[in-house]
Design a protein around this ligand. Structure first.
Ligand SMILES: *Cc1c(COP(=O)(O)O)cnc(C)c1O
Length: 471
């Protein structure tokens, strides 16, 4: 094959003609320009990340953050000895977060960056399991929670811990502190409140849960610790609702996880696990690696990880500080509240979470009211034609027969974008009214998704229940 020159048109090259290899490991080489174009073009079919209102994760970063990510591209965070300053920045971030979340000993406690909240949750769960065992725990360990993100179902299965998910009851869409006594026993290693629920965006009542566990201890002697899953709330409430007590101010809270790549404003690939005090992380979980001739503690599931996300987290923390984070997160909530007011006015919707910073994360969730000729999956599908990705999904047990819709408002989602979304919702609703779908989409068909495991009740069963209810 003659070697292509700069004069050749990229799209007339024989390599382009064959298309991108898709099956076995390819034999021939390709020019980087050709391979780049193939990959780049294929990715055009991905959604636009900033219009993805289903994700909690960062979709906007500034140029300086991009530069730091690029400069750190080749640094492995596990090489503490080779990249001691990256290690130092991680240590500073841990201290800053321990301070932000009111650890009694921010300088001396333990914590680590992770690939995300999932890994941080596993570490928090493992520490609780090891502490329980050290206190003489025998039998099958369990933990108690409300509706949780799928990482907790993974933790349960991967590490052989029974998950006791308290079903929703009454009008309340978060865990009832009153239910804890029924679900906790001597094998309960922890209670996991979610501070910023995946389904609705609502905060679970960590202080109320802590009180209920105090009462349980007074009655039974059971001393059950709390791990707070603050994946999204951990970087919001300290700035926008500082009066909410959910963190290490409650002595029962022994560990907290948060996603740096969600409301921590860092690019994808970083989470944090912080323990209240150093002794809350059992030594068996800690490994030592060489560090400037000495030793440094690591406690992670993965070995190699990129360093840039931690570097960039540090950049965000010092660039914005408490003042800047407060301004940014207040602005995000203000957009969420404007969007909520708009959605409420559209008609057939009832808000579940209107973006109130005292009640939940910067998100809006709602359900449909009255008899409509379409469902929320149909609406989600219509919005997709304009590029908006809006999640619709069933509520968790025992409310799976109800569908809700949710929009995450993130840094970079402006008032203007909110107005554009509202205008498209108006158009979508008019169209659905004028041309009602002959059969509505199911959750599976709509491709809409949630961040939870599939509901434990089948779609057929849900239809049956619905039919029974409307009969
Ligand atoms: C996103 C999320 C997780 C998982 O976090 P990742 O950073 O995506 O691994 C866990 N819990 C809650 C409440 C979440 O919102």
């Amino acid at each position: 094959m003659p070697h292509p020159s700069d004069a050749d048109d990229l799209f007339a090259l024989p390599q382009i003609e064959g298309g991108a290899p898709k099956g076995g490991f390819p034999h021939p080489e390709m020019l980087p320009t050709v391979a780049y174009q193939l990959v780049h073009d294929e990715l055009l079919l991905d959604g636009v990340s900033r219009m993805n209102l289903a994700t909690f994760c960062t979709t906007w970063v500034d140029d300086q953050a991009r530069r730091l990510m690029n400069e750190s591209l080749d640094k492995n965070i596990v090489d503490k000895d080779e990249y001691p300053q990256t290690a130092e920045l991680e240590t500073r971030c841990v201290r800053m977060l321990a301070d932000l979340w009111h650890s009694p000993d921010p300088a001396g406690t333990r914590g680590t960056s992770t690939t995300g909240s999932s890994e941080a949750a596993m570490l928090g769960g493992l520490a609780a399991k090891f502490r329980w065992r050290a206190k003489g725990g025998k039998g099958i360990p369990n933990f108690v929670c409300g509706p949780v993100q799928v990482c907790w179902e993974k933790f349960a299965r991967y590490f052989d811990v029974e998950i006791r998910q308290v079903p929703l009851r009454g009008d309340r869409l978060t865990m009832h502190p009153d239910d804890l006594a029924t679900y906790c026993d001597e094998n309960t290693i922890m209670v996991v409140p979610t501070f910023g629920q995946t389904f609705t965006g609502l905060f679970e009542d960590v202080a109320g849960i802590s009180n209920a566990l105090d009462e349980l201890q007074a009655k039974t002697g059971l001393d059950i610790p709390i791990h707070v899953d603050a994946a999204s709330g951990g970087f919001l409430a300290p700035f926008t609702a500082p009066e909410l007590v959910w963190d290490f101010r409650l002595p029962r809270v022994k560990s907290i996880n948060a996603s740096g790549h969600k409301t921590g404003l860092a690019p994808l690939g970083v989470g944090w696990a912080i323990w209240r005090e150093a002794t809350d992380l059992p030594d068996e979980l800690v490994f030592n690696v060489d560090y400037l001739g000495g030793n440094m503690a690591t406690f992670n599931l993965n070995f190699s990880r990129p360093g840039g996300q931690v570097v960039t987290s540090y950049y965000e923390f010092i660039r914005l500080g408490r003042f800047g984070f407060t301004r940014v997160q207040r602005a995000v909530y203000a957009v969420a509240e404007q969007l909520a007011r708009g959605i409420e006015k559209l008609g057939p919707f009832e808000l579940i979470h209107a973006g109130d910073p005292l009640k939940g994360i910067a998100a809006v969730s709602w359900r449909m009211t009255g008899e409509q000729t379409f469902n929320l999956y149909d609406l989600s599908d219509r919005l997709r034609t304009r590029g908006w990705l809006v999640a619709a999904y069933p509520l968790p047990a025992d409310r799976q027969d109800e569908t809700i819709m949710r929009v995450l408002v993130r840094h970079g989602f402006s008032y203007d974008m909110a107005d554009l979304l509202l205008a498209d919702m108006v158009r979508a609703l008019e169209q659905l009214d004028k041309h009602p779908p002959s059969t509505s989409l199911t959750r599976e068909e709509s491709g809409s998704f949630t961040h939870s495991a599939t509901p434990k009740v089948s779609t057929a069963e849900i239809r049956k229940r619905r039919a029974k209810r409307s009969a």
